[in-house]
Design a protein around this ligand. Structure first.
Ligand code: PLP
Length: 220
């Protein structure tokens, strides 16, 4: 009941065109089903084993998005079903996603994770690397992945100016990549940014996908 209420509150506050990824990591099938029954279909997970377990036991019309750091040797477990991978942070892992998607006869939409936070621990390409790697991707002509946009995680801070600056940076990176590499390519359209504590600022800065967990399901 509260999950349904939380979802409705968030959904009614999202502008048209901004998609909600309900981040269900560590949450039970029952909790996920509560959100499902309230109409939510896109869920995000950050651990391969947990995602596979949930995919096996939950309704097949759920769109599962992978949002965590992805190790190359685990790609094959999610390649049969994953709807989007938000967290591509190396050319190596993208190459393997392409190979595994090919084996499955699929095309997997992927986002390039860009490091926008001023914290050491966050994964992702630097803004400069994002340009270099996109150039390499274009030349590699991968047939079984589409580059659908970018993803970022802002610094965990109360400093709103800092958070907004980081989201604005990601928007600029998206626009630059679009201008240089993806003109006329409608597949490149997503900016995945914004979590429970900062999604309003992400939306102000052009987010097209917010990834929200604890505000829906409660603290982990
Ligand atoms: C856990 C997680 C989220 C959701 O975080 P909340 O603060 O619970 O909304 C979003 N994105 C990523 C990459 C995450 O790991």
């Amino acid at each position: 009941m509260t999950i349904e209420k939380n979802l409705n509150t968030i959904c009614s506050s999202l502008p048209e065109g901004v998609k909600l990824v309900a981040v269900s990591k560590t949450k039970s099938n029952e909790e996920i089903m509560e959100a499902y029954k309230a109409g939510q279909r896109i869920f995000g997970e950050n651990k391969v084993q947990e995602l596979v377990r949930k995919w096996e036991s939950l309704p097949k019309d759920i769109e599962w998005h992978f949002i965590g750091h992805l190790q190359s040797n685990k790609v094959r477990f999610i390649a049969p079903f994953v709807a989007m991978i938000h967290s591509v942070d190396s050319l190596k892992v993208l190459t393997i996603i392409n190979d595994e998607a090919k084996r499955e006869g699929r095309v997997i939409p992927c986002l390039l994770q860009v490091h926008i936070a001023n914290e050491e621990s966050k994964f992702g390409f630097s803004p400069e690397e994002a340009i270099q790697v996109t150039f390499a991707i274009k030349n590699a002509e991968f047939d079984n992945v589409t580059i659908a946009g970018v993803m970022g995680v802002a610094t965990y801070t109360d400093d709103v100016v800092q958070i907004k600056k980081e989201f604005s940076t990601l928007h600029t990176i998206f626009q630059n990549l679009k201008d240089v590499f993806f003109g006329g390519n409608d597949n490149f359209r997503e900016i995945s940014m914004g979590m429970s504590h900062d999604y309003q600022y992400a939306i102000e800065n052009g987010s097209t996908m917010v990834r929200i967990g604890s505000t829906i399901f409660g603290e982990r």
